[in-house]
Design a protein around this ligand. Structure first.
Ligand code: MG
Length: 428
């Protein structure tokens, strides 16, 4: 019988009922491990179709060619993806992305499915809306239960702050997101400009913005906290309004502090200075606005501005991701334990790789950083935060992860034999 006992730990096999998969994983059945094929099986060199139904009562020995590899959902490792520069660029899927998602959903030589989540610093829409976009772009079903964007952890702040200034994004979208998180009184820069149009001398509201914005009684508004949910569409106007709030006495809009130490806290959903778009060079992101705001505040007041950031590389975001992954694996796959390894695939050394490496020092399970060359990181550069593995693209990255797991638990493989996987491969 089988000799390859440990591969993927406790095996869960999904009868391949629906490859179109409205449900990512469907019902799971625990089957004998010896029904799980290994990479050395002759089946992997055959031309046979991968998605035909197998019986959980099939007792064929493992070393006999299996006509139909079973669908196995790994419970011992998982994947986490950054989105921009890894899967999507300029609103379009990166060429290897669709194949990569098919690969981890079972279209691989191991018949293996791997649970995964998405962890992006982007935002500006509800999680549900963003998942619909991603589902369309990648031709698969992405559930909000497997998705975190930069502002998702801000949800937890809604109980603490009642009246908040929300900055960034298109139109009213971020107000909608914030209200959806439970914030009771959400004010936008548009509200302040509509109420007092000389707040921003060079910015006029469009008719639509004017219609959507709300008139305020500025004497009665106290901003308790400022949240930059998404990238600002008007740096000058938004910075002016944020600075006005920061220089108030305790957030009361029609006041001005004498000490410049009494303003409300300001939170950013991430700190990426640049991000990857369809342009051949990376574009300025929210981290650049943050740096600018801090510099201008110091120039105006002589005081330092302490801002708070969510998103990668903040450890709190990875802790949030750990809880999400645990819930997602339990809800969608019935797996009620932590994965031994989580492979994080990203394109930005300063956020994706730094965050993964630093979080890995704090956790019992292994968070393994993989850098791809399709986004911010450019081939030939030396990343400031080195990954444990560099791959050309996301397809190569997922293939590497699954093959590494296979090698890790194949009979006779020792830790030293895996060293090649964990060596630094970043070009000098
Ligand atoms: Mg990215």
């Amino acid at each position: 019988m089988a000799t390859n006992n440990n591969r993927y730990g406790l095996q869960r096999v999904r009868l391949d009922l629906d490859t179109a998969r409205a449900d990512l994983y469907g019902p799971n059945l625990i089957v004998p491990r010896d029904l799980v094929p290994s990479a050395s099986d002759p089946i992997f060199n055959s031309d046979m179709t991968k998605h035909e139904e197998v019986s959980s009562t099939d007792t064929s020995p493992i070393n006999t060619p299996m006509p139909h590899p079973p669908q196995v959902t790994s419970d011992d490792f998982a994947l986490a993806f950054d989105i921009d520069g890894v899967l999507i660029k300029g609103g379009e899927p990166i060429p290897s992305a669709v194949d990569a998602m098919k690969y981890i959903n079972g279209e691989n030589e191991y018949g293996c499915k791997v649970p995964y989540i998405f962890l992006t610093n982007g935002g500006g829409k509800t999680e549900k809306e963003r998942c619909l976009d991603l589902s369309r772009q990648l031709d698969l079903n992405v559930d909000p239960g497997q998705f975190i964007c930069g502002h998702t952890p801000m949800r937890d702040m809604a109980e603490r702050y009642h009246t908040v200034l929300v900055v960034g994004g298109e139109g009213e979208k971020c107000r909608v997101v914030a209200e959806g998180y439970g914030f009771k009184d959400v004010i936008t820069p548009g509200d302040i400009i509509k109420t007092r149009h000389d707040t921003t001398p060079f910015r006029k509201l469009t008719d639509e913005e004017h219609g959507n914005s709300r008139l305020l009684d500025l004497d009665k508004v106290r901003i308790e906290a400022i949240f930059v949910f998404a990238d600002s569409r008007d740096w000058a106007g938004d910075q002016q309004i944020i600075l006005d709030c920061l220089m108030t006495k305790d957030g009361w809009l029609n006041t001005r502090s004498e000490t410049f130490t009494e303003g409300p806290p300001v939170f950013f959903s991430h700190t990426d200075v640049v991000w990857s778009t369809s342009h051949e060079h990376s574009r300025l992101g929210m981290g650049a606005l943050r740096a600018s705001l801090e510099a201008v505040y110091t120039a105006l007041t002589g005081k330092d501005l302490n801002t708070v950031a969510f998103g990668k590389p903040q450890i709190g975001t990875y802790e949030f991701a750990t809880r999400l992954l645990q819930k997602w694996r339990k809800d969608s796959c019935g797996i009620d334990k932590s994965p031994s390894t989580v492979y994080f695939i990203g394109d930005t050394p300063e956020s994706d790789i730094r965050g993964t490496n630093e979080f890995n020092k704090t956790t019992e399970n292994d968070w393994f950083s993989i850098l791809v060359k399709t986004g911010v990181y450019q081939d030939g550069a030396v990343p400031r935060y080195p990954p444990r593995k560099t791959c050309d693209n996301v397809f190569d990255a997922v293939k590497f992860a699954i093959e590494r797991e296979h090698r890790k638990t194949s009979k006779g493989t020792t830790v030293s034999e895996l060293d090649f996987d964990t060596s630094q491969e970043v070009p000098n």
